[in-house]
Design a protein. Structure first.
Length: 419
């Protein structure tokens, strides 16, 4: 059995950030990645995917020149460049990444103080383990998805690639968070007939009063908010407000979708006999999305007034001004055959999958119980969790700092690797 001081599970930005700090501290370590470096960006994003956050928010130390959008700080990296950036970063760090190695279980070493890590390439004994596989792992679908006809293709947003890969016919997208709305736009631009079941996500305004929304959010301390600051502690699971970095970045507005021909529906409650049962709550959900945009505007306007900033007026926005969605009838059902729907894309969110960790560090909801990524299992830490320390934690602007804190705390309780 091979032995190592610290074993990192996952070769995305969280795993590489952990490796960066471990190498700086002179710690012997390996990073095990089931696929390739940055695999989630490679195989779980559609072809036209683009980062929502602008390039200036990428904070990866020792990143080689010419990658990561350094030439255009206000641009947004497309999927291929994100993958290239992570691969280049791993090479620059000389990160000891083992690709194509899946971790199947992590248990306490019965004969020592560390862990036994079983993998598809054989076992390891590790003094410490950092779980860096993130929380956006397993797509969710409602139970009634199983009641749809076998003639309708069903796929999760993580499996969607492009409009051409879908069968001819109308497409139903379920969920209006960032992924769902961006997929709808991708389909719409390709001339597909699209239905959208609207969820609870709000929207941000890409550009307002002369600045990108992320500039305003950063200035107002939005990214420094902790889970304790949230009005509802379940906020760590709330969908991100819809917005996009595609084609130069712009606001996504459900009313604009209605204007452009997307058929909006309320929440789908069930399916039977080729027909969907739909809640008559579309207008309430549209109002909820509008309220988030209005809250964003108010926060910026208040900041401008407090600081006396010389910026353009409130009318300087790329948000769609119409309210077309409120004129859409609130259907209580939809006949899939009559609508010509041949494909359903589920964009209902993702949940954690830490099933490889056979350790008592999870709550009843499947989320890790931790303090800034440190668990009650001595030697086990997490990096890349949503709200691990703040709203910035799972972003390319915050993961490195969080990884540093976790590595430092794990090493403060250094234990010898069992031999």
């Amino acid at each position: 059995m091979r032995s190592i001081d610290t074993l990192v599970v996952g070769g995305g930005q969280a795993g590489l950030a952990s490796s960066y700090h471990l190498r700086r501290r002179g710690v012997d370590h390996v990073v095990l990645e089931a696929g390739r470096i940055g695999e989630s960006w490679r195989s779980r994003r559609w072809d036209s995917f683009t980062l929502v956050s602008p390039n200036w928010m990428i904070a990866l130390p020792d990143l080689p020149a010419g990658v990561g959008g350094s030439g255009d700080p206000d641009g947004y990296l497309p999927r291929a460049e994100i993958v290239g950036m992570l691969a280049a970063w791993a090479a620059a760090l000389a990160a000891p990444v083992y690709e194509g190695v899946t971790v199947t279980s992590v248990t306490r070493d019965p004969g020592g103080s560390g862990f036994v890590v079983e993998t598809t390439d054989g076992p390891w004994r590790a003094g410490r383990v950092i779980a860096a596989t993130g929380v956006y792992r397993t797509p969710t679908r409602p139970p009634f998805a199983a009641d749809l006809s076998a003639s309708i293709a069903q796929l999760d947003a993580t499996a969607y690639r492009n409009p051409e890969a879908l069968a001819p016919g109308s497409v139903l997208v379920v969920g209006s968070g960032q992924s769902g709305c961006q997929v709808v736009e991708d389909l719409l631009l390709a001339g597909r007939d699209v239905y959208l079941s609207v969820g609870s996500a709000g929207r941000f305004i890409r550009r307002y009063r002369g600045r990108d929304c992320f500039r305003w959010l950063d200035a107002t301390g939005f990214f420094e908010l902790t889970e304790a600051d949230l009005e509802d502690p379940r906020g760590r699971r709330a969908p991100n407000a819809h917005i996009t970095g595609a084609r130069g970045g712009h606001t996504i507005n459900l009313h604009r979708f209605a204007h452009d021909g997307v058929r909006l529906l309320g929440r789908i409650e069930g399916a039977a006999g080729g027909r969907l049962r739909v809640a008559p709550d579309l207008h309430a959900r549209l109002a909820g999305a509008d309220a988030i945009a209005a809250k964003f505007r108010r926060a910026v306007d208040e900041q401008v007034e407090r600081a006396g900033l010389a910026v353009p007026g409130p009318e300087d926005t790329d948000d769609y001004p119409g309210d077309d969605g409120f004129r859409v009838p609130q259907l209580d059902g939809l006949d899939l055959g009559a609508a010509g729907i041949t494909s359903v894309i589920w964009a209902c969110g993702l949940v954690p999958d830490f099933s490889y960790l056979r350790l008592q560090v999870f709550g009843g909801d499947g989320w890790p119980i931790h303090d800034g990524g440190i668990t009650r299992e001595s030697g086990l830490g997490f990096v890349g969790l949503r709200f691990q320390t703040s709203r910035r934690s799972d972003l390319l602007s915050g993961v490195v700092a969080d990884a540093g804190r976790v590595v430092d705390r794990l090493l403060d309780a250094r234990r010898e690797v069992p031999r």
